[in-house]
Design a protein around this ligand. Structure first.
Ligand SMILES: Nc1nc2c(c(=O)[nH]1)N[C@@H](CN(C=O)c1ccc(C(=O)N[C@@H](CCC(=O)O)C(=O)O)cc1)CN2
Length: 305
């Protein structure tokens, strides 16, 4: 891990972009809409979550998704499959949920066990229920001008929502996305481009990442490298959205580790105008956007405005 230490001379001045509190606002909005829908047409949105294997982090995320559904009045169904399940068993669950009218959203928690083909599995989710927005048709539409995806992937959608709710202008700005994953980096870059930013993607083969990143007005980092983005990578006044959630050893923490972002927060907060913390930044937005996507799906399926 890169050492990350701010100089003692400059005070932190960046605004903290509080994802936890924005996520709470969104959950309140979803709660109100879920109850309005139930009262008006007697339909409660339903989300089906498929978890395969015994990764601790995935189990925690799925548990948190279920809790979040409960808190806003969305019904959640869960399928927990063992690590050695076959692809066909997963496809059978997807097919059952595709056909279940009480299910408006389906998600398969990632990453999948190594023996499974992610493409085969994600392609099997009906696009009308693809609340993760990972189906190639949804991603393809996101990439095309004049086409609308049915769903936008939750984490990148949460990043843009944070920029909007904090009044950060995007149009005409230079944006750098660090990382090109299918889940975050690539769709985040497409979303910024749709908002008329001039977008550059920095990735593991980029020869001069610091030089490129330091020209950006907006940085979205989703690379999974603790403290990789240092103060010197940041243009004064830039806005930083840090998607990285990286565990680093910490004997003072009861869990034995703490979470840090891709961005050296102490240094960033002295150079940037606004920055998301880790934890409490983009993470909570991922689940809030999932709830919002599930509501959108139920409304669309039942023609409810
Ligand atoms: N099918 C999907 N799989 C995965 C997705 C996804 O969007 N769909 N994203 C990630 C994991 N993820 C949700 O699934 C997720 C990650 C982090 C958080 C979050 O709230 N993090 C907290 C810290 C939590 C902690 O203390 O451990 C934070 O950043 O404040 C929510 C959801 C990969 N898989």
């Amino acid at each position: 891990m890169a050492l990350c230490a701010a100089s003692l001379t400059t005070e932190a001045s960046a605004k903290v972009i509080d994802g936890k509190s924005v996520a709470k606002q969104i959950r309140d909005e979803v709660t109100a809409e879920v109850s309005r829908m139930k009262e008006a047409i007697g339909v409660t949105p339903g989300l089906a979550v498929i978890l395969i294997g015994d990764r601790k982090d995935s189990a925690t995320y799925v548990r948190n998704k279920k809790k979040a559904c409960d808190s806003v009045g969305i019904i959640s169904l869960e399928a927990n499959l063992p690590e050695d399940s076959t692809e066909q068993e997963v496809l059978n669950y997807i097919s059952r949920f595709n056909d279940d009218p009480s299910v408006h959203g389906i998600l398969v928690q990632l990453p999948l066990p190594k023996h499974m083909n992610e493409q085969t599995i994600l392609n099997a989710v009906r696009i009308e229920k693809d609340v993760d927005g990972f189906h190639p048709l949804n991603i393809g539409r996101l990439a095309m001008r004049g086409r609308e995806p049915l769903f936008v992937p939750c984490t990148p959608k949460g990043c843009i929502e944070l920029l909007h709710r904090y009044g950060v202008p995007i149009k005409g700005k230079r944006a750098v996305v660090i990382g090109r994953s299918n889940i975050v980096g690539m769709p985040a870059a497409l979303l910024l481009q749709r908002e008329d930013a001039t977008v550059t993607i920095v990735h593991s083969r980029t020869s001069n990442p610091e030089e490129i990143t330091s020209q950006a007005d907006i940085i979205i980092s989703a690379v999974g490298q603790p403290n990789m983005v240092r103060g010197s990578w940041i243009k004064p006044g830039a806005v930083i959205i840090d998607v990285g959630i990286n565990p680093v050893e910490d004997s003072n923490d009861s869990r034995g580790y703490r979470l840090v972002g891709d961005v050296c927060y102490e240094e960033a907060s002295k150079v940037a105008s606004a920055v998301t913390p880790v934890p409490g930044g983009v993470g909570p937005m991922t689940i809030a956007m999932l709830l919002q996507n599930t509501l959108i799906s139920a409304k669309r399926i039942h023609n409810f405005e």
